[in-house]
Design a protein around this ligand. Structure first.
Ligand SMILES: *[C@@H]1O[C@H](CO)[C@@H](O)[C@H](O)[C@H]1NC(C)=O
Ligand SMILES: *[C@@H]1O[C@H](CO)[C@@H](O)[C@H](O)[C@H]1NC(C)=O
Length: 293
């Protein structure tokens, strides 16, 4: 009798612990290494890393310190609204609430395989919604084009034999109508792509960068060269856009992270409270039974 009671109490305690505690967070790093191989648009000041001091000091301790300089728009980075909007937020003015949101990953890698200049369409977004529900408020929408596997090979990323001549660049993009739909029909925080720009090179200058102007005009950040998007689920991740808080910046390097495990329903405080109540009721009835035995 006593041993079976102990056993059921141990089981109860284990169940309670697993239901009440949340799962550990899993992080997915969506960022390429920022170094001499980082992909920059031609003309941008390249990455410049200078060792100032590196070595054992007279006091006996090891010491390293460096300086680095770079153009704002290289590697995994963000565009602030000011990049294309006069009077728009500059990097240091972006509210921190706009640097985190639920991840929406739209996979069009198969379409890009057949057409290197494929543009994400409104239909692609609607198809995503049909399967996974409405794009949530504050979403960080990420396009998975499969292009990331080309990084950081300049000829492959820009898809040209002349990586110094932007008129020869051929890579995927986002259709202007899809950008307009996201800006007007949904309420998103950022749009990210796994290649250098959501405006396809052929259309960008001639057409006036319609995707940049549409999204940044609505304070929707643009993320470029987002890494390893294929490691994220279509929905359920929380994306953190770790931007540099660069005074008057038009953008800058970003450490973008996907967090898995916080959007999970088992982690919601309401649901946990509800489960806890049920468990306490069960516990109470067991205790009452034991007491009346
Ligand atoms: C790189 O940075 C160092 C230190 O800030 C500077 O002295 C040097 O002139 C820079 N080089 C280039 C090519 O900009
Ligand atoms: C857009 O989403 C944010 C949360 O990310 C919310 O605070 C805001 O009220 C929403 N705006 C509209 C117009 O629904």
């Amino acid at each position: 009798m006593a041993s079976s009671l102990v056993r059921s109490l141990v089981t109860l305690a284990a169940t309670m612990t697993s239901l009440v505690t949340s799962k550990p967070l899993e992080t997915v790093d969506l960022t390429y290494v920022l170094g001499k191989d980082a992909v920059f648009w031609p003309g941008q000041p390249p990455f410049n890393f200078t060792i100032i001091l590196r070595g054992r000091q007279p006091g006996g301790y090891w010491f390293e310190v460096n300086a680095f300089g770079l153009g704002e728009h290289g590697g995994t980075h963000f565009d602030a609204p000011a990049h294309f909007v006069q009077g728009g937020w500059r990097a240091h003015q972006i509210p921190s609430s706009r640097l985190v949101g639920p991840g929406v990953v739209v996979n069009v890698a198969d379409k890009v395989k057949g057409n290197a200049e494929y543009e994400l369409t409104t239909e692609d977004l609607m198809n995503w919604e049909e399967e996974y529900g409405r794009i949530p408020d504050g979403a960080v929408v990420l396009m998975n084009s499969g292009w990331g596997s080309r990084y950081p090979d300049l000829e492959k990323v820009f898809n040209t034999k002349n990586p110094k001549d932007p008129t020869t660049f051929r890579f995927p993009g986002v259709h202007r109508d899809a950008a307009r739909w996201l800006a007007e029909e949904r309420n998103i925080t950022a749009l990210g792509v796994d290649f250098p720009s959501p405006d396809t090179p052929r259309k960008s200058v001639a057409a006036g960068y319609p995707v940049h102007t549409t999204l940044l005009g609505k304070d929707i950040l643009i993320l470029e060269n987002v890494a390893y998007v294929n490691k994220l689920p279509p929905r359920g991740a929380t994306i953190i856009i770790g931007t540099v808080k660069l005074q008057d910046g038009s953008g800058g390097p970003a450490r973008i992270l996907g967090l898995l495990g916080i959007d999970d329903a088992s982690g919601s405080p309401q649901l946990r409270a509800c489960r806890l109540t049920v468990l306490l009721m069960v516990l109470f009835s067991i205790v009452r039974k034991v007491v009346t035995l």
